[in-house]
Write a protein that binds this ligand. Structure first.
Ligand code: HEM
Length: 86
């Protein structure tokens, strides 16, 4: 359920920027896109541009019509949240 999903700040998202461990945030949701990389029609390198960071703008620029919510539903890790203040 949604209550078990993680709250992920940018500093944690940033750690997952490798091909074998690639997360991105789109529209506030964080996805583990590692398994999807070889299947991306735009290629792995394009997809990796969004790895470890908020990919919302890149995603909107390339294909705002693609339903990422539906496509990567099984890869949902959690929600992007602001960095906790120290
Ligand atoms: C194409 C999915 C992220 C760049 C596509 C297509 C899909 C897709 C389904 C084919 C679209 C079509 O033919 O109408 C996704 C998903 C993403 C993602 C689920 C979520 C992480 C990105 C990002 C970039 C990107 C972040 C760029 C930095 C491209 C490009 C194409 C493409 C350039 C066009 C390839 C071509 O037609 O030659 N993507 N994409 N994608 N994607 Fe993505």
């Amino acid at each position: 359920g949604v209550e078990s999903l993680a709250r992920i700040p940018p500093s944690v998202l940033k750690l997952h920027n490798k091909k074998n461990d690639a997360w991105t945030a789109i529209h506030g949701k964080v996805y583990n896109m590692t398994a999807y990389l070889p299947f991306h029609p735009g290629g792995e390198n394009e997809l990796m541009r969004s790895a470890g960071r908020d990919g919302t703008k890149l995603f909107a620029l390339t294909h705002a019509w693609v339903n990422v919510d539906f496509m990567l539903d099984d890869c949902l890790v959690g929600f992007l949240v602001p960095e906790p203040s120290s």
